[in-house]
Write a protein that binds this ligand. Structure first.
Ligand SMILES: [Zn+2]
Length: 115
């Protein structure tokens, strides 16, 4: 089983950075982890987010977010939600379903006594 991280949405902020007070360095990144099995691609229901300041090269943790940052976060989270990945069934799954149907049909056919 492998997992992959999808970038759903990124947004540059014009808010003041709580660390360096720069106004053009902060960026939100929304990601979603997807686990891949032989039959399914199963994305996590939870979206991960990160606020990073490119000016002072720091992660800005929610504890230091201002009300304005929170408002921008809520807005961008909604956009990220619309890009969310959903459960994907791989072709192998369908092939197995078809094989199963054929097998059942063959068994039923063999079990019916021929006159
Ligand atoms: Zn900063």
């Amino acid at each position: 089983m492998s997992s992959k991280i999808h970038s759903l949405h990124t947004a540059r902020l014009k808010n003041n950075c709580p660390t360096c007070f720069g106004t053009d360095g902060m960026e939100f990144t929304f990601t979603q982890t997807e686990k891949e099995t032989l039959f399914f691609k199963k994305p996590a229901t939870k979206i991960d987010n990160r606020l990073y300041c490119h000016t002072c090269k720091n992660d800005i943790y929610p504890v230091s977010w201002t009300e304005d940052i929170e408002r921008v976060f809520d807005y961008n989270k909604k956009i990220a939600e619309t890009n969310k990945q959903y459960l994907k069934v791989k072709p192998l799954f369908y092939i197995l379903v078809i094989v199963a149907i054929v097998l059942v049909a063959a068994i039923v056919y063999l079990l019916i006594p021929t006159v």
